[in-house]
Design a protein around this ligand. Structure first.
Ligand SMILES: NC(=O)CC[C@H](N)C(=O)O
Length: 359
């Protein structure tokens, strides 16, 4: 195996072995403590621009599944390509065994020219990232590359699908504003009597005829999505149900007049505990975010819907009288626990109620 280095902006330099593409790449170094789910995580557009460190000690041993289509989207992956900038693991297993494995993780990374580095003490590295916060970094093969902060780019514009696309033929017309949507969100809607109209991130959806509005997850700083926030403000002046996930939740917070901030190192795992406001009920959730809504800045008619039990940060918001709500975590899971998938049903109940009272 070829030698490569992981270099952080604080001067840390860690040597390891190359797997995947033997090339250099820069990005924001973030860590995930999820123990499985690399096919889902690597194809989640929310990870665009990020070098992902996995703390689970062995990665690659169940390989990568082959592609299958469901409607016109992937049945297995969260988008049609790998979005991470690079991958950092401890032990990489080229050898793999799983009933639906079609290739090794290394071969899959090579297809998309994404570098991996293994032989890294990813738990030591994670402790460093937790102390100092997420840092810029680079995987360096033969040629050096400059550090690059992906949060200064409009990543949403890069990953949002162009054009309007319709999925399904159910009774309820839902507009999905695609800021880099995970395909499992589309799958979750299609299981629920929905006709989904996917529009690009900057599309003026307020001109469309729909029953409910959905705002997707997506990469980078939510403040980059100025046109989406502007269109959303028009939708907030109406009464049609609105549901947002992750970046979508942050956009709702901003459109409502609140603020967002960057967390020190973010939440990326499959076991984040959140408490539903007004109850003692805790849900274990799948998360992948670096920013959060600052609850203190929300106007009076908005409140925190879920609270992260690890650090008390906002995990979703809701309007006190209109059917608008959001989650900072991922009820669609993929990977991770499916315990909060019922929130799609709650949203559709609000859509049915809206239609009953207005049509
Ligand atoms: N998964 C997401 O939608 C992430 C949202 C945003 N890019 C963040 O890091 O906070």
């Amino acid at each position: 195996m070829n030698q490569v280095k992981l270099i952080l902006e604080d001067g840390t330099s860690i040597s390891g072995e190359s797997f995947g593409a033997f090339t250099s790449a820069a990005g924001e170094v973030v860590f995930s403590t999820a123990m499985t789910g690399y096919p889902e995580n690597l194809t989640d557009p929310s990870f665009a621009g990020q070098i992902l460190v996995l703390t689970t000690p062995m990665v690659g041993n169940y390989g990568v599944p082959g592609e299958e289509l469901y409607e016109s989207i992937s049945r297995i992956f969260e988008s049609d390509k790998i979005h991470i900038a690079g991958l950092v693991v401890n032990y990489y297993s080229e050898e793999h065994s799983h009933w639906n494995a079609a290739k090794s993780l290394g071969d899959w990374l090579k297809e998309y020219n994404i570098p991996g580095i293994c032989g890294v003490d990813t738990r030591m590295l994670t402790k460093k990232l937790r102390e100092k916060g997420a840092m810029l970094g680079k995987i360096v093969a033969e040629t050096d590359v400059p550090f690059h902060d992906p949060n200064l780019d409009n990543l949403v514009a890069q990953v949002s699908q162009p054009g309007v696309e319709h999925f399904g033929s159910g009774q309820h017309k839902i507009v999905l504003v695609d800021c880099g949507t995970k395909t499992n969100i589309i799958r979750c809607f299609l299981e629920r009597d929905v006709e989904l109209i996917r529009v690009p991130w900057d599309y003026d959806f307020t001109t469309l005829d729909y029953d409910g509005l959905f705002l997707s997850n997506g990469p980078g700083d939510p403040k980059m999505c100025e046109p989406t926030i502007r269109h959303l403000q028009k939708a907030l002046a109406q009464d049609k149900p609105i549901f947002g996930i992750c970046l979508g939740s942050q956009l709702m917070g901003l459109a409502a007049g609140g603020d967002t901030f960057k967390l020190k190192y973010g939440h990326r795992s499959h076991n984040q505990p959140v408490k539903l406001t007004g109850t003692q009920r805790c849900y274990i959730t799948s998360q992948n975010h670096g920013f959060a809504v600052d609850t203190e800045t929300l106007p009076a008619e908005w409140q925190m819907l879920f609270e992260n039990l690890n650090d008390g940060t906002c995990e979703g918001i809701k309007h006190t009288s209109k059917p608008f709500f959001s989650t900072q975590f991922h009820p669609e899971a993929a990977g991770g626990p499916e315990d909060t998938e019922f929130l799609f049903d709650d949203f559709l109940k609000a859509v049915v109620e809206y239609k009953r009272t207005t049509k």
